[in-house]
Design a protein around this ligand. Structure first.
Ligand code: AMP
Length: 420
């Protein structure tokens, strides 16, 4: 399938081709025609599915009809409002609007918290047609009367589930009350939870529902592996694995901000350049950390689920679950950061006895047992070893752990041998 049948204008298709995309992703193929037709859309799509272009491209096409080049700010009211949960996602979506819209005479901008408000105020005053915003900072601007939302034609709620998780519902409701009643609404969410369906029921009118099959995260391209380990040995095991396997770009997930900071300093003290990225960090700090990571100056990025959400890092060779997430679904989000686009990736989980139930939950969701191995020197206390669902790879039978199982074969203190 190509982009042509979707109904986008020729120059947008050219922009897409210049980005190197030859065919639409499933969510793009399913959503773009509905958006172009002016319908409300409820789409289940997580980061990495190409969802941003699925709304940015048709929005550009719909709005361009009345685009103008007037110098008067009054001629450039906000016509599309894109609400996102985090600053990182805001910057990413804004980038996409600039990239795809470079031939379209519409003014885009982005506003988010954690940075000075004045430069944003100046841009808003000059007139902006496409506004990407986090809810809190947008309401600050509304309070200062620097932005008027009375002419919004299209509202997008991106990562709506995450916005609800982060407590943005009251802000979203306040913002919606400022919009014209007649408008097009697009809602993107990784999951269709009851809360999401309730929210969509109150905002969307007769929406087209787009559900694309979740990427098969258990695909061969992602090698999953569990290391049973005592809780108080996790830091040491992680440092050991990074050094031994010579991992160069590792994203490590912790459950808490404090845990992220502590782990990053631990690794850093051992000469493994590590930075924690979480919501207490200032925007420049986060941006610097992300850039250092992408450039290879920072070897380990430690993040909480909330902080990692919306980070534009998708093609990682190694993802580590320092702790399993409370929600099994988050495991899928986390390991979805690796093994993209034909590349192979490792998703390693360090699991202590108290996480046995969480591991079961993950395996139930995946409908498969994750192979495990015990690292030499980190054999957990015999009674403390978690029991993976159906006991991991049955002894003597080759498992999906392929090379891991082989690598450890014959070592006295590793693999299933440690369980005797
Ligand atoms: P998103 O889910 O919007 O965060 O997009 C994930 C990644 O896919 C981004 O890096 C996009 O640039 C890329 N992308 C978007 N559309 C396509 C496409 N049709 N083909 C290949 N890559 C794409």
């Amino acid at each position: 399938m190509t982009f042509e049948p979707l109904g986008l204008s020729a120059d947008l298709i050219r922009m897409v081709a210049e980005e190197g995309y030859t065919e639409p992703t499933p969510v793009q193929a399913a959503a773009i025609p509905h958006v172009l037709a002016g319908r409300d859309v409820l789409a289940a799509a997580q980061t990495g599915t190409g969802k941003t272009a699925a709304f940015v491209l048709p929005i550009l096409d719909r709005l361009r009809k009345h685009a103008n080049t007037s110098f008067s700010p009054a001629r450039h009211p906000v016509r599309a409002l894109i609400l996102v949960p985090t600053r990182e996602l805001a910057m990413q979506v804004d980038d996409s609007v600039h990239t795809y819209g470079r031939t379209v005479p519409l003014r885009p901008t982005v506003v988010f918290g954690g940075v000075p408000i004045e430069p944003q105020t100046k841009e808003l005053r000059a007139g902006v047609e496409i506004l990407v915003a986090t809810p809190g900072r947008l309401l600050d601007h509304v309070g200062q009367k620097t932005v008027n939302l009375g002419q919004v034609e299209i509202l997008v709620l991106d990562e709506a589930d995450r916005m609800l998780d982060m407590g943005f519902l009251p802000d979203i409701q306040k913002i919606i009350a400022l919009l014209p009643a007649r408008r097009q609404n697009l809602m993107f969410s990784a999951t269709f939870s009851d809360d999401i369906l309730r929210l969509s029921g109150s905002i969307l009118r007769d929406p087209a529902t787009v559900e694309v099959a979740a990427r098969n995260i258990a695909a061969e391209s992602v090698r999953q592996l569990v290391y049973p380990v005592d809780r108080d040995r996790k830091e040491a095991l992680l440092a050991h694995l990074i050094a031994k396997e010579d991992w160069r770009q590792v994203l490590v997930f912790t459950r808490t901000k404090i845990g992220a900071s502590r782990l990053a300093s631990y690794l850093d003290r051992r000469g493994l350049e590590a930075v924690a990225i979480h919501s207490d960090r200032t925007q420049p700090e986060r941006t610097r950390a992300l850039e250092g990571f992408k450039a290879g100056d920072i070897r380990v990025l430690v993040a909480t689920d909330v902080a990692a959400r919306g980070l534009d890092i998708e093609d990682l060779p190694h993802v580590v679950n320092f702790e399993l997430p409370w929600q099994a679904q988050d495991y899928i989000h986390r390991i979805g950061r690796t093994g993209r686009a034909g590349a192979t990736g490792d998703a390693v989980s360090l699991v202590s006895i108290d996480e046995t139930d969480l591991l079961r939950g993950v395996q139930r969701l995946l409908k498969q047992a994750i192979p495990w191995t015990v690292e030499e020197g980190f054999v957990p206390d015999r009674n403390a070893e978690p029991q993976p669902l159906r006991g991991g790879p049955p002894e003597g039978r080759p498992s999906r752990g392929h090379h891991y199982a082989h690598r450890n074969a014959g070592r006295p203190h590793s693999g299933s041998g440690a369980r005797h």
